[in-house]
Design a protein around this ligand. Structure first.
Ligand SMILES: Nc1ncnc2c1ncn2[C@@H]1O[C@H](COP(=O)(O)OP(=O)(O)O)[C@@H](O)[C@H]1O
Ligand SMILES: [Mg+2]
Length: 396
């Protein structure tokens, strides 16, 4: 199948001689962009002569990051040095004269050959794509930030390359919980929207002493509105190529940012507590996730402060949410104390019952088990015993 961006409805027929009859046509940048993410087995995109140069380059820039094996062939009515230079900069493979069907057929053949070679390598690289783990609850104060900071710090302390992204963009407190003073934040990604790469992402993170990288929430709550959901998706897709694990902390709501994170998450950690509103919200969240088509097998429910004597028992929660609880984490004053010290409890008091439970959560559900002869972690120099096979679970 060939992807074709051309507003002219007769274009598919005209080009079928050169490209074959199996053509999917789009008539704008948005649908073409979506198509690149949908038709993942089709590595050839033809851009028609009427598409303006800037949009063509934008799409090619996007393809270069999202679909490195994809070939973009551009048709132009006039070929000059400026056009060629611009095309080159955006990674367009060939620029050919409009209506030269022989040139189109040749360019398409060359591009497909190259794509199949590149795909071999990209296939290898895909194995090392990191896992995205989102910690969510529709209620505030249940332990999302506690869990995400501890899980991130624990995974990093094991030698993995880990990014913790604070998607509680208005009131995020990941940075303060880890006593970091970020120079940059998620709002600095705005300028890189559409062409974000690993270097750009690296320029906004703050390193914690555990080795954990943090993409902090903006210091101005109002900046949250300036960050589009699509940018969060873009950042997470770039991040999972650069990191072994990407842990995402969230606000207590289904914001567009949270939905973008769900979309690319391999695992959702949903937090329950022993109070009726939290259980009700969890039930509603699970229903919403079902509606969104999120697979059940990629969710775990964790009960935080499981020993609180409040008249509601863990069994009641299981009955209400109709889903098992994977891990229970006890309540302890050591948790707020560790946050006040700015040191994750898993690192500071590894024998504490809360730390033991958090490690169990990470080891059972997040950390991919070591495999013999597996490709290494993306951490600079991982120790032999700390290398993991990063084969991802089933991706939607
Ligand atoms: N297991 C626990 N025992 C005691 N206090 C906890 C526990 N988990 C979280 N807390 C405390 O509850 C408060 C809210 O936790 P936080 O992680 O900020 O929640 P959220 O991010 O969901 O709003 C914090 O003061 C934290 O220290
Ligand atoms: Mg929080």
């Amino acid at each position: 199948m060939t992807l074709l961006w051309d507003a002219d409805p007769t274009a598919s027929d005209r080009y079928s001689f050169a490209l074959g009859a199996d053509i999917v046509r789009f008539d704008n940048l948005a649908t073409a962009t979506r198509a690149l993410q949908e038709y993942v087995n089709d590595p050839l995109l033809i851009i028609g002569p009427e598409v303006d140069m800037q949009s063509a380059c934008d799409l090619s820039d996007f393809a270069r990051v999202e679909r490195p094996e994809m070939g973009v062939v551009l048709m132009r009515r006039r070929l000059d040095v400026t056009v060629l230079a611009q095309a080159l900069r955006s990674g367009i493979r060939e620029v050919i004269p409009a209506d030269d069907l022989t040139a189109l057929a040749d360019a398409a053949r060359r591009s497909r050959e190259l794509s199949s070679k590149v795909a071999g390598h990209v296939g290898d690289a895909a194995v090392t794509e990191g896992r995205v783990v989102t910690v969510f609850s529709a209620k505030g104060g249940v332990g999302k930030t506690t869990f995400s900071t501890n899980l991130g710090a624990y995974l990093a302390s094991k030698g993995s390359k880990v990014l913790l992204m604070d998607l509680d963009l208005a009131f995020g407190d990941v940075a303060i919980s880890l006593q970091l003073l970020p120079q940059n934040s998620m709002s600095d990604l705005i300028a890189m929207s559409g062409h974000l790469d690993a270097q750009g992402l690296a320029s906004i993170v703050t390193r914690h002493e555990s080795g954990l990288d943090v993409a902090a929430a903006p210091s101005e709550p109002s900046d949250a509105d300036r960050i589009p959901g699509a940018l969060v998706g873009e950042a997470l897709r770039v991040a999972r190529r650069a990191y072994d694990y990407v842990v995402v902390d969230t606000p207590p709501a289904f914001t567009e940012h949270v939905l973008a994170a769900f979309d690319v998450s391999d695992l959702l950690i949903l937090i329950a507590t022993l109070d009726i509103p939290a259980v009700k919200n969890l039930r509603l969240s699970l229903d919403t996730l079902d509606l969104l088509g999120s697979p059940k097998e990629s969710r775990v429910v964790v009960l935080n402060r499981s020993d609180a004597k409040v008249g509601l028992r863990a069994e009641d929660v299981v009955a209400a949410i109709r889903q098992d609880i994977a891990i229970t984490v006890p309540s302890s004053a050591a948790v707020p104390a560790s946050i006040n010290r700015g040191v994750p409890i898993v690192l500071d008091e590894p024998r504490h019952a809360v730390s033991v439970a958090l490690r169990e959560l990470a080891d059972r559900f997040i950390r991919v088990q070591p495999a013999a002869g597996s490709p290494g972690s993306k951490a600079d120099e991982p120790k032999r015993s700390e290398r993991w096979s990063l084969t991802r679970g089933s991706k939607r």
